[in-house]
Design a binder for this molecule. Structure first.
Ligand code: WT7
Length: 635
């Protein structure tokens, strides 16, 4: 089909216009020609943003794993599907072909069935970046179980909250994980989490680090012996287009994370189509996304998008700085990676090391460089472009969210001229709108406002697990009949979008989406803490780091401050994970509040940014006098 690979800018505009004028015809054509359906749909799209209710390809029947694996067997059976690069560079890489993936997924699927997992059951996957993680995800999809992957860097409390929210029946985990020269006791974290998860019936454990762990009789089983006995054939469960495929949690404005629900057909069609076009993936290319499968980027662009295209997708267990800061470049060289997709925070950390390490390796295989997770600053963009891409590999700055399921605004490489710090143009089928404070859509170019999406796209999340009300309130109630992203953006003179950052209480730290509320909840658990407010401030590597303003119950005792700082960060590590630790903690006598008692974060943000020249109107505050104190203390 001609529009599957977009080849030049005119074609982009042509295809884009069609996707907006006739979205149903457009997506129907994509769906018809590129996927394996057990039954075609009755209706391409029905939607109502006021409810909100969105259905794509209603009536269709399919299994996404047949699309990601089975249908490639005839032509790509011996092609590498997953290329596993272990943490330790001395350990050899593992090439898992499509045929081997088929067998391993089926074996795992049969094990899940033997353990009593059925269609619709929720399975929590808390596994490090090893092949079993991707295999477990696909095995769930094979039998119609809903996977809920929890990033294996989250703490036991964060894990148990997620397990309980979606009533998972099973946890798949590993004895431990390798991270650079450290190991992490994953099973210990799971054991702790499960003390407060009564719904879990079984735990399957992958042996990875060969550590001495506790196996609870009647609950925990080593996975390998079960896999050894399992059959390599497992018929795919035939799913409805709108059956849930997975739940993935993202943080929000309250302590409870939001279990975003993605469904089957639309998610598959859009992730596959966007993968192929946004990365200009060609047969036999080697593609590498460095994200963890615990985030949406890994779901859509390590597993589903690439495999739906029969691609070779690299899965890397380790970290960018082990054994040294040349590891990424070493892997690109070793596997001749063609498309490389990473986050600005990694780019900044690597750029800080200079270019000598990069120059030691042959990076000539690179065709496309991707960026995701947070705005990429100008300096990082140029370093990526000049030093890594040698000025010949376009950078695609891809804007999207857990909720959107897939890339929404991005240049198409070799098609859309790039511009530093700009995500450029909406992807095919995406209809962005910028809204002003009065709630009106800003037409034309050179405008700035809140970023919304006006029309459904196939991979959008359909609801929040068992909380449709919150889904509606969070995304569809700020502006009428629009999906509100929570981001601000501007549109330049040619219609290119630049994402300016979050406009709500979500802070993006090193590309990780962190709500202020769950962190404040953790801080407030400290017995000495009366109240706290978390804001972001600019950070050289992390992009944004966390600044905590904390008022203590007993004041005037400086001696305890350093201990309390440590204890606060320990609490955050225990409740959420080390990624949410505060870089700065300022103890203060009071927090600025509105008359209705809401903390004025805007002022605290300015102080944290050391920009106190114009704090705006503070006269409406309940306690305006505290502002000067906070400024003085901060100096
Ligand atoms: C938020 C979503 C999409 C997968 C990773 C993050 C920010 C994401 C960009 C970008 C500027 C970006 C936004 C967005 N963000 N990509 N290219 N430029 N900002 O998924 O954890 O759901 O976070 O990340 O603020 O709303 P997420």
């Amino acid at each position: 089909m001609s529009n599957y690979h977009i080849k030049h800018l005119e074609e982009y505009y042509q295809v884009y216009r069609k996707s907006v004028r006739e979205p149903e015809n457009f997506w129907e054509e994509v769906a018809e020609e590129h996927f394996l359906w057990r039954k075609k749909w009755d209706k391409v799209l029905s939607w109502d943003f006021s409810k909100p209710e969105i259905k794509w390809f209603e009536g269709a029947k399919l299994n996404i794993t047949e699309n990601c694996i089975d249908r490639h067997l005839a032509t790509r059976g011996d092609k590498t599907a997953i290329l596993f690069e272990p943490n330790n560079p001395e350990e050899s890489a593992e090439h898992i072909t499509y045929k081997q993936l088929y067998e391993r997924v089926n074996k795992m699927a049969n094990v899940l069935k033997d353990q009593g997992i059925k269609k619709g059951d929720r399975v929590c996957i808390y596994v490090p970046m090893i092949p079993e993680l991707a295999i477990a995800v696909l095995a769930c999809a094979r039998i119609g179980a809903i996977h809920s992957v929890v990033f294996a860097g989250f703490s036991s409390t964060a894990l148990s909250t997620r397990i309980n929210d979606s009533d998972c029946k099973m946890v798949i985990t590993a004895d431990g994980s390798f991270r650079g020269n450290k190991t992490i006791d994953l099973k210990g974290i799971v054991d702790e989490a499960l003390e407060s998860c009564s719904g879990i019936e079984s735990v399957l454990v992958v042996k990875r680090i060969d550590s001495d762990i506790n196996m609870k009789e009647g609950r925990d089983t080593w996975l390998q012996p079960l896999l050894d006995k399992a059959s390599t054939e497992c018929p795919a469960e035939i799913m409805d287009a709108e059956d849930p495929l997975f739940i993935l949690y993202t943080s929000g404005s309250t302590g409870q994370p939001k279990g975003m629900v993605h469904t089957t057909a639309g998610y598959m069609v859009y992730t596959a189509y966007s993968f192929k076009n946004a990365f200009q993936y060609r047969e036999n290319d080697v593609y590498w996304c460095t994200a963890d499968i615990g985030w949406i980027t890994g779901h859509s662009y390590i597993i589903y998008g690439p495999l739906a295209n029969g691609a070779t997708s690299v899965l890397f267990e380790g970290v960018p700085h082990y054994p040294d800061f040349g590891r990424f470049w070493d892997i690109i060289d070793k596997h001749q990676v063609n498309q490389f997709y990473t986050a600005p925070t990694a780019i900044r950390a690597l750029a800080k090391q200079g270019s000598e390490l990069v120059d030691k390796y042959d990076l000539s295989s690179i065709k496309v460089l991707g960026s995701v997770g947070e705005p990429i600053n100008e300096e990082a963009w140029h370093w990526y472009n000049d030093i890594v891409g040698k000025n010949k590999s376009p950078i695609i700055d891809t804007w999207w969210q857990t909720e959107t399921g897939a890339i929404m605004i991005t240049p198409i490489p070799f098609v859309t001229p790039t511009k530093p710090t700009y995500a450029t143009l909406p992807f095919i089928g995406v209809q962005p709108a910028l809204i002003n404070d009065a709630g009106e859509e800003l037409k034309g170019n050179q405008v700035e406002g809140k970023l919304c999406i006006k029309f459904p796209w196939p991979s959008m999340a359909r609801t929040i697990w068992r909380n449709h009300k919150r889904y509606k309130e969070t995304y569809f109630s700020t502006y009428k009949d629009m999906y509100f992203t929570g981001d601000g953006a501007l549109r330049d003179e040619v219609g290119y979008y630049r994402i300016t950052g979050r406009v709500d209480d979500v802070i993006i730290v090193s590309g990780h989406n962190l709500g202020t509320a769950p962190i404040e909840d953790a801080v407030n658990e400290h017995p000495a803490v009366a109240e706290s407010a978390i804001v972001g401030f600019p950070h050289e590597i992390k992009g944004t780091a966390l600044y905590g303003y904390v008022t203590l119950k007993e004041t005037g005792e400086g001696r305890i401050h350093d201990n309390v700082r440590k204890e606060i960060n320990q609490l955050i590590t225990d409740r959420i994970g080390p990624i949410a630790k505060l870089d700065k903690i300022q103890f203060t006598q009071g927090l600025p509040k509105t008359r209705s008692g809401k903390i004025m974060r805007r002022i605290l943000r300015k102080i944290a940014e050391k920009d106190t020249s114009n704090l705006g109107d503070t006269s409406t505050l309940l306690n305006p006098e505290c502002v000067q104190n906070i400024i003085d203390e901060a100096l």
